[in-house]
Design a binder for this molecule. Structure first.
Ligand SMILES: NC(=O)c1ccc[n+]([C@@H]2O[C@H](COP(=O)([O-])OP(=O)(O)OC[C@H]3O[C@@H](n4cnc5c(N)ncnc54)[C@H](OP(=O)(O)O)[C@@H]3O)[C@@H](O)[C@H]2O)c1
Length: 333
């Protein structure tokens, strides 16, 4: 496993992070056996993954409890990232109690990286960052991160304090941040942590057609507005999407590597990317994802993979919000 430094901290995180949303099993992911979730988390540790990303919102705290159950005895070996929900930002005094509740569920005294899950248009970021800094001074958190922050919100938050990372949706099939956000994060020295790096499983090649994709995942802007849980009202780009997947499969077959791992390796080769947050749901997936950190793609392969997804990139455009036509990541007047 490769380890990289988080922002300007001395925290070293594995290049592959375990995302702890899908292991809760919910309306997006469908049912999940707890034994599989625990086994997935333990398999991550065995494979050298030391970085675990969760949120108070995942399963309403259940994800944090799962981490305690599976990894409680290994607290000294792991880096824990959690998130405070955006509605707390409107009343910054509630950030402290949210953090303390996460600490209790995680069974720890400190969260290594505490992230703001989404921006809120109503927040006073001076007060929000004041509350985060107070938590840092008290030792309840070690570092502050944000997630889904577009350039305008970054201005606000950076004017008020130090932020080590921006957790963003980024994958071969979701390259929206490349338009105007990626360069900004690099400029600010913020680590980019990539969520949904397998595009919610699409990049593992497990779905042959758009109709095979379960409703919870087909609600992203890549799919037609006619998919049942969709709320974006747009046409989607299902043809371009499955053309791109076929091309990525071809390149991966030539390399004799799983498509998912080639896709993670492509991300890990991008500037500013420190870790890819992949959501393994069982031990087998966890071990496979960890192996992606060992793959070194040539610049020619990286260029071929980028080329394969240009049409999807053009369709998605600069709106990095996976689910809404009007990006919640952009500040509006
Ligand atoms: N900050 C945010 O707003 C935000 C938003 C989304 C996600 N996240 C974070 O990012 C993490 C990952 O994102 P994600 O779960 O949306 O998407 P993802 O990691 O791109 O995809 C997860 C899905 O891919 C499949 N998968 C994973 N590894 C596999 C493997 N080796 N072989 C075959 N299938 C595999 C599993 O699907 P099956 O169910 O089919 O097995 C799993 O449910 C989350 O857990 C969370 O920590 C953050």
């Amino acid at each position: 496993m490769e380890y990289r430094t988080l922002g300007h901290t001395d925290i070293r995180v594995s290049a592959v992070c375990q995302g702890c949303w899908s292991i809760v099993g919910d309306s997006t992911w469908g049912p999940q056996d707890q034994h599989d979730s625990i086994a997935a988390l333990q398999a991550c540790l065995d494979a050298g993954i030391n970085f675990f990303d969760t949120a108070e919102a995942y399963g309403d705290g259940y994800s944090e409890q799962l981490i305690r159950k599976a990894l409680g005895d290994a607290r000294g070996e792991i880096v824990l990232a959690s998130k405070v929900s955006s509605e707390r930002l409107d009343d910054p005094s509630s950030i402290k109690s949210a953090c303390e509740a996460s600490l209790r569920r995680l069974g720890t005294d400190t969260i290594d990286l505490y992230q703001i899950h989404w921006p809120s248009p109503r927040a006073n970021y001076g007060e929000v960052m004041g509350a985060m800094e107070q938590l840092r001074r008290e030792g309840k958190i070690r570092a502050v991160g944000v997630s889904n922050f577009g350039p305008g919100y970054l201005d606000d938050v950076l004017a008020a304090g130090r932020v080590e990372s921006n957790q963003l949706c980024y994958s071969l099939l979701w390259r929206a941040i490349e338009f105007n956000l990626h360069a900004r994060c690099v400029e600010e020295g913020m680590s980019i942590l990539c969520y949904s790096p397998l595009c919610q499983g699409l990049l593992t090649g497990k779905f042959a057609t758009a109709d095979d994709v379960p409703a919870g995942r087909a609600r992203s802007r890549l799919f037609s507005k006619n998919r049942p849980q969709s709320r974006h009202g747009q046409a989607g780009c299902e043809t371009e999407l499955f053309d791109a997947i076929a091309k990525i499969r071809q390149i991966s077959d030539e390399l004799h590597q799983p498509m998912g791992n080639v896709s993670l390796a492509w991300l890990l080769a991008q500037k500013g990317v420190v870790s890819v947050i992949a959501g393994a749901r069982n031990a087998k997936q966890a071990a496979e994802n960890a192996a992606a950190a060992e793959i070194r793609l040539t610049s020619e392969t990286i260029a071929r993979l980028s080329e394969a997804t240009e049409a999807v990139k053009a369709y998605v455009g600069a709106n990095a919000d996976m689910w809404e036509a009007t990006s919640r990541m952009e500040k509006r007047p």
